[in-house]
Ligand binder design. Structure first.
Ligand code: ITT
Length: 205
């Protein structure tokens, strides 16, 4: 059976790239970013769910690169805010607004809201488009709650305000390997790792 020789990951987010390359080490397949693979393509993220958007990204890149392409669509759902910012997490308050401002804004919108109503989760859908054009999408979550101030400098995005109850600290305060063990992205990518191994073991190539 031909082995998959490389994975192209359809993301421009440097925080994700750092995590993804660590998490996928167990696969023993080189992971290239779009930049490393020399791919530039306009991606219109107009899906209505994390799954749809992940698949849109993976298909857009696969159309020009072929091979195995993975993509991640992820975000933060805050229950008290009707699951905002959700699929709009990157675009919340504008793509160019700093995460410090976005985080302070969300904390402000939760002013006076007690701990038990501050529940939130990170969601990650990972899509794969395989060399034969078939695809798979998986999803995983990490449950937690929104803190009262920013804390920590690891991770990226909304990590400084997301408290993981099991550790009592934000995901920006966790060592990267601990975050990857617990995170939506870590869990979704490990699920996808199994799908990739199944594909390699199948006959449909
Ligand atoms: P690509 O589409 O190029 O992958 P993006 O940043 O636009 O990059 P998304 O549309 O998936 O990606 O947006 C995800 C946003 O959700 C991300 O920019 C963060 O603000 C937030 N997010 C997702 N996972 C996170 C994590 O592990 N820690 C902190 N914030 C996270």
């Amino acid at each position: 059976m031909p082995k998959i020789e490389k994975i192209i990951f359809a993301t421009k987010n440097k925080g994700k790239v750092r995590e993804i390359s660590e998490i996928l080490k167990f696969m023993d397949i080189p992971v290239l970013t779009m930049e490393e693979a020399g791919i530039e393509v306009e991606i219109v993220e107009n899906g209505k769910s994390f799954e749809e958007n992940a698949l849109i990204k993976a298909k857009s890149v696969h159309a020009v690169s072929g091979g195995l392409v993975l993509a991640d669509d992820s975000g933060l759902e805050i229950d008290y805010l009707n699951k905002e910012p959700g699929i709009y997490s990157a675009r919340y308050m504008g793509e160019n607004t700093s995460y410090h401002e976005k985080n302070m804004n969300l904390i402000g919108r939760l002013e006076g809201v007690p701990d038990d109503k501050r529940t939130a989760r990170f969601v990650c859908a990972v899509a794969a488009v395989f060399p034969d054009g078939t695809h798979k999408v998986v999803r995983a979550t990490m449950e937690g709650r929104i803190g009262y101030k920013e804390a920590g400098s690891n991770g990226f995005g909304y990590d400084p305000i997301f408290i993981l109850p099991k550790y009592g600290v934000t995901t920006a305060e966790l060592a990267p390997e601990v975050k990857n063990q617990e995170s939506h992205r870590g869990k979704a990518l490990r699920l996808m790792g199994k799908e990739i191994m199944d594909y390699e073991d199948s006959d449909n190539k």
